[in-house]
Design a binder for this molecule. Structure first.
Ligand code: DSN
Length: 420
């Protein structure tokens, strides 16, 4: 069975063409958005399988629908593999997305109006960590911590002082745009000092955590949430992990609290991804992500770019373009013309709006999945520099676009679209 088969071409030639076009884009350009990756063929096959056909509300052996025998087997496998991989006491594999996972976590332990302390979106936090426009900021009394003006890193003394004043019921840590290691032990100490629970959202770094490339919050935090499609390289979806004492509250908060029918094709694909993540190759992959990010950061620094915090410890970096006279939005658009996809991103204390921004957020997980290593990172860093140092030179962008395609040919994503 192929993913783009004759029947899809016949049934819906328009969608079929769109998928083929996107396949070309993913094949011939450099995907450097740090929250994106290439799921394996096995994950894609499972996502596109007949497991999408059925309702399975409830949990294994406690379903509200008949005929769920195979779904119970799939969900139990996902749970068992997840518990083994993350060494957690309890895991819920049903959240549809990272936002659903965070919603369920809040639903489990907070009441409307409760005080929470989370990282400011403008400083690297996620929308669900208390942004006013998001349900989190609307229904809970969120306070934000940021990073220090001095070195753009988390200032744990400052966070402790804030926590003492605010006395939150929950502290949320984890980030979408923070290039440095997060000290979960320090967060635990602060939470304990003020009698708060601790939740960590490790969506970006979960793969690194599995490989020992970043400290593990699972033994430390009360609740750990994550997506499964970023560095973990699985299907688009999420999980919530917690101590056994919270298991029942978390499960009830996911279903029936905030979701109804689980996406069983997605849950089965999470099981596949957890199996893949237990292999030695996966650990080596995570180590290479970090090595690649370090070399890319070093190259950009050598090329005269300013990186917030001066570099990176993980899979991403924030490039401050203020000195270049370019906004993050313009830079991302110029790079896209050259076949390099990054996203614009606010930098700490940004004076530009979130849709313009002063920075970009390149990352290495998807390039590393293609097999690219340090040598390629040096080449790519120089291409980024050439494009951004000559924003009016369309010829450079066209030339680099050609070179990007040549490089991509050496690092195929899926050898043949019909083998997906
Ligand atoms: N949109 C994700 C990211 O790019 O970091 C977070 O949800």
């Amino acid at each position: 069975m192929s993913f783009i088969d004759t029947s899809l071409r016949q049934t819906d030639p328009e969608i079929s063409k769109i998928i083929e076009g996107e396949y070309e884009r993913q094949t011939k350009t450099l995907v450097m958005i740090p929250s994106e990756n290439y799921a394996s063929r096995a994950v894609l096959k499972t996502m596109g399988s007949i497991l999408t056909n059925k309702y399975a509300e409830g949990y294994p052996s406690e379903r509200y629908y008949n005929g769920c025998g195979y779904y119970d087997m799939a969900e139990n496998l996902a749970r068992e593999r997840g518990k083994k991989l993350f060494k957690c006491e309890h895991i819920n594999v049903q959240p549809h997305t990272g936002t659903s996972a965070n919603l369920a976590a809040y639903f489990a332990v907070l009441d409307i109006g409760d005080r929470v302390l989370g990282m400011d979106t403008a400083m690297g936090g996620h929308l669900t960590h208390g942004k006013k426009l998001n349900f989190s900021g609307r229904y809970f009394e969120f306070y934000n911590y940021g990073v220090s003006r001095k070195d753009e890193r988390l200032d744990y003394d400052e966070i402790r002082d804030q926590a003492k004043k605010i006395k939150p019921k929950l502290i949320v840590c984890g980030a979408s745009a923070y290039p440095r290691t997060i000290d979960f032990e320090k967060f635990r100490e602060i939470a304990d000092e003020v009698g708060a629970m601790l939740m960590t959202d490790i969506a970006h770094i979960i793969g690194l955590v599995c490989a020992g490339e970043h400290p593990d919050p699972v033994p430390i935090a009360d609740i750990v949430t994550s997506t499964t499609h970023k560095t973990l390289r699985g299907p688009r979806g999420a999980i919530v992990m917690c101590k056994q004492a919270l298991a029942s509250k978390i499960d009830k908060a996911v279903f029936p609290g905030t979701q109804s029918g689980p996406l069983m094709h997605q849950i089965a694909a999470k099981a596949v991804c957890f199996r893949e993540a237990q292999s030695f190759g996966f650990k080596e992959y995570q180590k290479q992500i970090v090595r690649n990010a370090a070399v890319l950061a070093e190259t950009l620094l050598e090329e005269g770019f300013r990186l917030t915090t001066g570099g990176t410890d993980n899979h991403l970096m924030l490039v401050d373009l203020t000195d270049k006279g370019l906004s993050g939005r313009d830079a991302a658009n110029l790079l896209e013309e050259a076949g390099i996809t990054v996203n614009k991103n606010s930098i700490p204390y940004d004076t530009k709006s979130p849709i313009v921004t002063s920075g970009i957020r390149p990352g290495t997980p998807a390039l590393t999945t293609r097999g690219m290593k340090e040598d390629e990172m040096k080449i790519i860093g120089k291409w980024i520099s050439q494009v951004l140092n000559s924003p009016r030179n369309e010829d450079i962008r066209l030339k680099i676009r050609g070179e990007v395609e040549e490089l991509c040919e050496q690092f195929p994503i899926y050898v043949d679209i019909n083998q997906w």
